[in-house]
Every structure is written in structure tokens, then in C-alpha cells.
Design a protein around this ligand. Structure first.
Ligand code: GLN
Length: 193
């Protein structure tokens, strides 16, 4: 299984380190050009600045390559914004793939960055779903304001979805790559890709 991490801007190195805990280093590709994408089974779009990531994607023509291949994608924070079909009050670039409406920096100034425990249903070794406590690291995070019919809300914080899935797309408004727990990455590889 070959997994790419979009390495244009943001915390892509942390995602690569996380993947190294669960798959062979040789199966992880840093994606900087469209030619890095063929052969990938899945792609991670990291947190960072969604406008910067989007602009670089267009400039290098990576957006078309991703859309044309219907790749499984895991977007974290800015990566979730890049996946969204609707970014409130903004006409910035997005891949326009996931039926979610997001508000950038939705937690506002006072709660700009915070950590809290989340409950995430992750498969246990016997295959059944088990609620797992997971440290949610939120950094100028977006809020998912609404979700379309095909979107499954896997975890929420105070009624706001924070981990959602639509077919082969997974998005979190927090940063699992900034913890030392690879379980959400493993979930992406085992159940979404
Ligand atoms: N606030 C950033 C944006 O709107 C996202 C922040 C992050 O990825 N930690 O793009």
C-alpha cells in the first residue's frame, strides 16, 4: 500500500512520522508534484494554511491529478477545509469533494487553540467498534457547520462534528498527527483506503 502526504505547506512531516509507525517507510511518498501521485492508494492533506496549500496545488496542477483519480483522502484541519464543498464566506480554492460546510477559524480568538479529550469509535482487534479516548489538538481549527446526507459523523465535540467520513474521504478538524497515537491514521489505512 502506497500512501502520499501532500508536502506543499503545513505539518506534513508529522504525518509522515505517524505513518512510519504503522507502514514501511518505503511506502510513504512526499507529494510535491502531480507526477508523485500515480501509484498512490491514498493521500493525506495536512494542517497548515488552507489558502497557501490550495494556491500551491493549483499552481502545480496537483488538484486535477487528485480529482481525476478519486483517491481516498484524509484531510486534517486545513486539509479538511481543502476537501469541503462549502467554505463559509470564502471563495478560496477547495477540491470540492466532501459534502461539508466549514467555517474557518470557527472557534474564534478565545479558543483559538486548545486540547481536549474526544471519544472516537475505532475498531478493536475483534473487529467491533469501541469508543476510544483520543487527545484532540485543535489549532485555529475550522468548525463543520453542516454535513450532507452521505456524511457519517464519527465524533463530535459539543455537537460540532470533528471527525467525519464520506465514502473514501475522511476529515478531522483536529490534528491526530500531533499526538503519539497512530490509531486514526491506522483507521484511515485499514477502513477508508
Ligand atoms: N486556520 C487554518 C485555515 O483556515 C487551519 C489551521 C490548521 O490547519 N491548524 O486554513
Amino acid at each position: 500500500m502506497k500512501i502520499g502526504v501532500l508536502g506543499l505547506q503545513g505539518d506534513f512531516l508529522e504525518h509522515m512520522k505517524m505513518l512510519e509507525l504503522i507502514i514501511d517507510k518505503r511506502d510513504i511518498t512526499l507529494v510535491k508534484q502531480p507526477s508523485d501521485i500515480p501509484g498512490l492508494d491514498g493521500l493525506i492533506i495536512p494542517g497548515g494554511e488552507s489558502t497557501a496549500i490550495g494556491n500551491l496545488m493549483i499552481k502545480r496542477g496537483i488538484d486535477r491529478e487528485i480529482i481525476d483519480r478519486s483517491l481516498p483522502i484524509f484531510g486534517t484541519c486545513a486539509g479538511a477545509i481543502i476537501l469541503a464543498k462549502d467554505i463559509i464566506g470564502s471563495d478560496q480554492f477547495s477540491l470540492n469533494l466532501m459534502d461539508i460546510q466549514v467555517e474557518r477559524n470557527g472557534y474564534g480568538r478565545q479558543r483559538e487553540s486548545f486540547e481536549t479529550d474526544l471519544e472516537i469509535p475505532l475498531p478493536s482487534p475483534d473487529g467491533r467498534k469501541k469508543l476510544k479516548k483520543f487527545r484532540g489538538v485543535f489549532i485555529r481549527a475550522p468548525i463543520i457547520k453542516s454535513t450532507g446526507e452521505g456524511v457519517e459523523i464519527l465524533s463530535a465535540l459539543d455537537s460540532d462534528p470533528v471527525l467525519v467520513r464520506q465514502k473514501n474521504l475522511l476529515a478531522s478538524t483536529f490534528h491526530p498527527e500531533l499526538t503519539d497515537d497512530p490509531d486514526i491514521h491506522r483507521f484511515f489505512l485499514e477502513k477508508v483506503v
